[in-house]
Write a new protein. Structure first.
Length: 964
């Protein structure tokens, strides 16, 4: 889902040098989901063979008339259990197609008399029985209604069975179907993944059901609240292994239709939702360990396991599971935990219950070849998916409109799980960068939307897919963290545990969680919150955006206001709370923590915030709250001088927040741009990663806007001045780059130092990097470059080299034995400044034999990030819009990033016109899930033009002043 820029921290670290320096930021108006991590794209919505709701040009709205016109299932039937047998063929048939066959019997209860059976099915070919798609039987003595007719609906993805008489309320029936489907390479439903081993092509049959693709594997009531028990049987080649959610019950050699096969049956699952099912047939091997009652296995290609790339995942899984068992006070609900790395996978990972699927980059780790960033990625993704085993899988939200709670929750507690497994990393602080700051930038747009949606607003597959966005993930994580902070973690965990135990194997709505947290609050003497949990949280979940809190330290007045990045933008969406919030404010005075204060009105006076002399106030310590803070100018001045005299008095995340708030406030015209720039002057003494990273992201926005203008030289000179001490610091610390620092985040900042320094031309940097790459080219089997530095080195060497450097990278990419190494090279190849190489690379992105489908959109984005590649990518995408849209655009959210990625530099009137023309020219094709991104790109370009007009001269002057 894959995340905004779905870059892994490393990928990002690598790509950008070129564009020079800094990190991608994302004032990206893209609401596209995703954490800065692996290029995980996520998922399509539509898939209907015939009519596609996303691609159709706008027509008059369709009014549903009959039950099968609605996207939601009627409430009259409820599944109890399924017996499903699937037989994927890993060799093509005589037409060259890969297929699967299967049969399924679903036992369901009738709750209301009806003569219609409506069940999801999509892209399946049914065997007919006397002209009917299904056979119906009764589990009682009574006669069963005869079938009158049956048909498939393409738009709503149903199999509909019309009966001659009614099913009776209270009775149970069984519906049997036999069908065939294509095992396509489309990364959804039951699909195939391919890889080479010793020159031989191997096929894996695997699945991705979330959110609406289980219906492509077998007919099912494909809604999360339709929980049932699944009895799965898989037929497969005797030399392959079959996996599913349950434990293997038996696996017997047999002959089916004259073919010798293995028939593997699995123990019945727990009561669960269809979107969490998984079926995999492969010749993968596994390693395993166990706790007292859970057997843990890691599966991957044989060579990956032989090369011990699964060991790290196996090692961290146990502590992470143990952490959650304690945190949730609830045992792991199953008896086994399988996790598998797949060569082709659209998202980053998927929490199928008991059989979690991953991209290879998100599960495999090689101590010799992988970077620290790769390792952290593995830890956090595992922690995220395993968090879902309880929150999401054991207790499931009733409908997709509440997705933010599921994904936001996992995105918050993944930090807790990962911290337990790797306590020395200090990883909990990182949520500020990858969730809080990231989504503060997005949620500040007039076109944002509330976390919570009404059930009726989310019905069709494309609407469901759109829920997997940055607001759900990152804002969800941020507000849950705020909640846990003001309730205190033990109270939060107690409420959670009571919620999980109450609703195990059932479905909930978000208010159920608030109720249980409220009970925990009520049972905690001394814990004082000024309103109920739900009253407080409604402000954060039912209205979009967040407040900027202004503290006037002269008067002690504290006010709040809806924060908008562009003060001239118009908020079209009314709020029942008038855009006011109940705001928990942790704060300090002169470095001393004060008692938490609640701002409950638009404005209030808190006299202890009145200070004088050298005293300063800092609000939102630890960035516990989801809001920005502004001060009177005097207090700003005192905070700046504190930074400049002794910045250590403030925590790393507060240093980062001062910078990030200041840049946003300036963009919103609440403070001067020069005041924001002044928060970066102390950086020449800053050595910590998080503040540097925040500053670089903000300065990177300047880079993107100015890297084609005369301001760029001065900006580079400033960056050079600021980065030099950091570069020297790490050069000394690492004995001239021969080692890496011990601290986890120091390792990231070492990479920043090298990357920026080379980007701005610090003496010696490029030569160093070129020589390392040359050594590797001379001895391709012995890459001596430290894994942490590879992304930066590859990118720079390719940027400053020519076709030889590029072609070498391409060869290494094709033969890489580790996915994250391939991924680094893929991103580095986008760094070349040679137009024909970039154009050739663009062509490769749409050729699945060269670039896997899962990686094509992110590769185009990497190219667009390069200042030379941007116009080429823009032309490329415009010229092939309908093809790209057809092949890659059906509801996938990585697709949203394509538009925001290409347009992020747009800041001229001419570019705005081009963008508008692109929209006009392609109305007949459509933009699918990128529709909103296109609108936002237009909105953002308009705002950029204005910002440049108003700020360019001042910014230019400031950089010159600082560097002469
Ligand atoms: N449930 C999602 C995977 C998913 C996303 C499926 C979108 C279908 C559509 C999974 O739990 C997830 O969030 N995966 C993330 C990784 C995670 C560490 C944030 C992903 O795929 O990027
Ligand atoms: Zn998730």
């Amino acid at each position: 889902m894959g995340k905004v820029y779905h870059f892994s921290k490393n990928a990002v670290l690598g790509t950008l040098v070129l564009a020079v320096t800094a990190l991608a930021t994302i004032i990206a108006l893209s609401v596209a989901y995703h954490k800065e991590r692996a290029n995980n794209q996520s998922k399509p919505g539509n898939g209907a063979s015939g009519t596609s709701s996303t691609s159709a040009p706008p027509t008059t709205p369709f009014t549903p008339k009959v039950p099968w016109d609605y996207y939601r299932l009627p409430k009259g039937l409820k599944p109890e259990s399924y017996n499903v047998t699937l037989w994927p063929r890993l060799k093509p048939n005589s037409d060259g197609l890969y297929i699967f066959t299967g049969n399924s019997t679903v036992v369901f209860r009738c709750l209301k008399d009806t003569d219609l059976i409506i069940i999801h099915a999509n892209k399946l070919n049914f065997t007919t029985f006397e002209g009917m798609h299904a056979k119906l039987s009764s589990l009682h003595e009574e006669a069963v209604p005869a079938l009158q007719k049956s048909w498939l609906t393409a738009r709503t993805e149903y199999l509909v069975v019309q009966l001659q008489s009614k099913l009776k309320a209270g009775a149970m029936y069984a519906l049997h179907t036999e069908f065939m489907g294509e095992l396509a390479d489309d990364l959804e439903g039951f699909y195939r993944s391919e890889y080479l081993e010793n020159g031989l092509k191997k096929i894996v049959a695997t699945s991705q059901m979330q959110p609406t693709y289980a219906r492509q594997a077998f007919p099912c009531f494909d809604e999360p609240a339709m929980k049932a028990i699944f009895n799965i049987t898989i037929i497969h080649d005797p030399d392959t292994v079959a996996l599913s959610n349950g434990k293997e019950k038996n696996s017997l050699l047999s002959v089916v239709s004259g073919v010798p096969v293995k028939v593997t049956t699995f123990e019945p699952t727990e009561k669960m939702s269809t979107y969490l099912l998984a079926f995999i047939v492969s010749d993968f091997i596994s390693i395993e360990s166990s706790t007292s009652n859970i057997s843990i296995r890691i599966w991957a290609r044989r060579t990956a396991i032989d090369n011990r790339q699964g060991d790290y995942a196996l090692n961290v899984t146990k502590p992470i599971l143990q952490f959650y068992e304690k945190y949730y006070s609830s045992n792991y609900p199953l008896s086994k935990s399988d996790q598998i790395a797949l060569p082709d996978f659209n998202a980053g990972a998927m929490e199928n219950w008991g059989l979690v699927t991953y991209r290879e980059t998100a599960l495999l780790y090689d101590p010799m070849l992988s970077s620290t960033g790769n390792k952290e990625r593995v830890t956090t993704v595992i922690a995220h998916e395993l968090a879902h085993m309880w929150f999401g899988n054991l207790v499931t939200l009733h409908w997709w409109n509440d997705l933010w709670l599921n994904e936001g929750f996992a995105s918050y507690v993944e930090y807790l799980g990962a911290d337990y497994a790797e306590p020395t990393w200090n990883i909990k602080d990182d949520i500020i960068l990858y969730d809080v700051q990231k989504v503060l930038a997005i949620d500040a747009l007039a076109s944002s939307h509330p976390l919570s949606r009404k059930e009726e607003e989310v019905s069709k597959p494309a609407e469901i897919s759109e829920m997997f966005n940055s607001i759900s993930y990152n804002k969800g994580a941020a507000v849950l963290r705020m909640l846990s902070e003001f309730l205190t973690e033990p109270v939060f965990a107690r409420g959670l545990s009571s919620y999980l135990n109450t609703f195990a194997f059932k479905n909930t709505v978000y208010t159920d969680l608030w109720d249980h947290l409220q009970q925990a609050v009520d049972n905690t003497p001394g814990l004082d919150i000024p309103r109920s949990v739900s009253e407080i949280m409604n402000r954060w979940t039912l209205q979009m955006g967040f407040p900027v809190v202004t503290v006037d330290t002269q008067t002690g007045t504290v006010t709040q206001k809806h924060f908008l990045l562009d003060p001239d933008s118009v908020v079209g969406r009314p709020s029942q709370f008038n855009y006011t919030w109940f705001i928990p404010i942790k704060w300090m005075k002169n470095g001393v923590d004060q008692q938490q204060y609640w701002l409950l009105d638009k404005t209030d006076t808190h006299s202890s915030m009145r200070v004088s002399g050298e005293e300063w106030v800092l609000a939102n310590t630890n960035v516990s709250g989801f809001f920005r803070v502004n001060y009177d100018l005097d207090n700003w001045g005192r905070l700046l001088s504190q930074l400049n005299t002794n910045h250590q008095v403030l925590s790393v995340i507060n240093r980062a927040q001062i910078i990030d708030d200041a840049f946003s406030l300036a963009r919103a015209k609440l403070i001067n741009t020069t005041l924001a720039l002044r928060t970066t002057t102390y950086l020449s003494r800053e050595r910590d990663y998080i503040p540097w990273e925040s500053a670089l992201r903000n300065l990177d926005n300047y880079v993107l806007i100015f890297d084609r203008t005369e301001v760029y030289g001065a900006l580079q000179a400033y960056l050079k001045k600021q980065i030099k001490p950091l570069f020297e610091h790490f050069r000394t610390l690492t004995a001239n780059w021969t080692r890496v620092p011990a601290g986890h985040s120091d390792q990231y900042n070492q990479i920043n130092a090298l990357r920026i320094a080379c980007g701005v031309g610090v003496e010696g940097c490029r030569e160093l990097i070129k020589s390392w790459y040359r050594q590797w080219m001379e001895n391709p089997d012995h890459n001596q470059i430290h894994p942490n530095l590879k992304s930066t080195v590859y990118c720079n060497a390719i940027a400053f080299g020519g076709v030889e450097e590029w072609d070498f990278a391409w060869r290494m990419f094709q033969t890489a034995s580790l996915a994250s190494e391939a991924s680094r090279l893929r991103s580095a190849m986008a760094c070349t400044k040679t137009p024909w190489l970039l154009n050739r690379y663009l062509e490769y992105t749409l050729d699945p034999t060269k670039i896997r489908k899962q990686d094509s959109i992110s590769t185009i984005q990497y190219i667009a990030r390069n200042v030379v590649g941007m116009p080429l990518a823009w032309n490329f995408v415009r010229a092939r819009w309908s093809y790209i849209f057809e092949q890659y655009g059906q509801g996938s959210f990585s697709f949203t990033n394509l538009i925001s990625g290409i347009t992020m530099r747009f800041s001229t009137e001419f570019e705005l016109q081009e963008l508008k023309r692109f929209k006009e020219d392609n109305l007949h094709v459509g933009f699918g899930s990128a529709t909103l991104a296109l609108e936002q790109a237009i909105e953002k370009t308009t705002a950029n033009i204005k910002w440049v007009n108003e700020n360019k001269a001042e910014v230019f002057k400031w950089f010159i002043k600082e560097t002469t």
